[in-house]
Design a protein around this ligand. Structure first.
Ligand code: NCN
Ligand code: DMD
Length: 349
């Protein structure tokens, strides 16, 4: 059994008894039942994930998977491929949005080169390049099945390392010019939604670019015929290396009962792949923001999640995931630190 199969096999159902206890405890606290809305839902979910009534979120780790996409040759992005490389160095220098937000949330950031076209070198970069960018998915398979598996396993390894260092909340993010095309193709494979309901402007293409992007996706599905029940086949044919890496992170977090946050469209597409590989993984996923990309809310629906934030964001990098980390931590404080009606001596006749 390989690392992927071992990891998938370890994922269990949530601890229902602990979830019941968490709900009971929340209902005993000094507030009308349910009045803290989604914060209460998170507290219950965390109990189910960790098996603890009072789980700790004191070691937040955020992972940014970076990779390139051959499909940019079709003119589907507003920015050139080179920006993926340039942004990796920006992340490493702490100058990107995700760095700024992670600092505010006291989250450590790990940057992984899982498939950038250029050869990168930096001390604080995790280099686990599976392939120097995907092939053009409009012309054939983005990568081989073996490469898709290898990229999933890179995500598993990176996640495993952080968990062994004590990470108890993980954020997923990415950087990859062209990756909204791959993510939309994944969603289009999995659902019957029309491309008008799925495909958005990504980094900011114009109307002609949007039309072209939809044509490219239609062509990619016709050329590749991804198999809807085979997550690895979908990844290999129309996916991306960073998407596979994030799916691997989600699987290993679930296997170790660690909550993991889904970010925007691309991270959401990774969650769809993880769900194909093990449906129970969704129990371990925590939503974050709702991206401007139209397909994103459809992904949340498929995952059975509701977004926590709606900030009109469409940056990626895991910025929404990082912004949600303090909400998750807040849920742990609510369940552990609030007074009960009994403690506060509030008697309701
Ligand atoms: O997370 C999102 O929902 C999101 C929406 C639009 C764009 N992005 C980011 O922009 C890049 C992909 O956009 P594009 O137009 O090149 O496909 C990639 O680096 C993503 O991180 C991210
Ligand atoms: C500048 C820039 C930063 C990004 N971060 C994530 N995707 C991005 C795309 C661009 C173009």
């Amino acid at each position: 059994m390989g690392l992927l199969e071992e990891t998938v096999a370890k994922i269990e159902k949530l601890d229902q008894e602990k979830m019941n206890q968490a709900q009971e405890r929340l209902d005993s606290l000094t507030k009308p039942p349910g009045s803290l809305g989604k914060l209460e839902e998170i507290a219950v979910k965390l109990a189910g994930i960790t098996g603890e009534l009072f789980p700790k979120v004191d070691h937040k780790a955020h992972i940014v998977m970076a990779a390139d996409h051959g499909v940019v040759a079709e003119g589907v992005s507003a920015f050139p491929q080179e920006v993926t490389t340039q942004m990796v160095y920006n992340f490493l220098n702490g100058g990107a949005a995700v760095n700024v937000l992670a600092k505010q949330m006291a989250a450590e950031v790990t940057i992984v080169d899982i498939g950038v076209v250029n050869e990168l070198e930096a001390e604080n970069l995790v280099i686990k390049k599976v392939k120097a960018g995907t092939d053009n998915l409009a012309q054939g398979s983005a990568m081989s099945r073996q490469e898709a598996r290898a990229a999933l396993e890179v995500g598993i390894e990176v996640g495993k390392d952080l968990i062994s260092q004590g990470a108890n909340l993980i954020g997923t993010g990415e950087m990859g010019i062209g990756n909204t095309t791959a993510s939309s193709a994944i969603l289009a494979t999995i659902t019957d939604l029309s491309l008008d309901e799925i495909v958005g402007y990504g980094t900011g293409i114009d109307e002609a670019g949007l039309k072209k992007k939809k044509q490219v996706i239609t062509q990619s599905l016709a050329v590749n015929q991804p198999q809807v029940d085979d997550g690895i086949d979908i990844l290999a044919k129309v996916g991306g290396l960073e998407i596979a890496g994030m799916a691997g992170v989600m699987l290993v977090a679930a296997a170790n009962r660690v909550p993991v946050i889904v970010d925007g469209l691309i991270s959401g597409a990774a969650a769809l792949i993880a769900k194909k590989l093990k449906p129970q993984v969704t129990g371990y996923l925590i939503s974050s923001h709702k991206s401007v990309e139209p397909g994103h809310i459809k992904i949340y629906d498929l995952l059975g999640l509701k977004p926590l934030l709606d900030l009109d964001m469409r940056l990626g990098e895991g910025t929404g995931a990082v912004l949600s980390m303090n909400l998750v931590e807040a849920a742990t404080k609510i369940i552990s630190d609030m007074a009960t009606f009994e403690e506060a001596q509030i008697i309701i006749e």
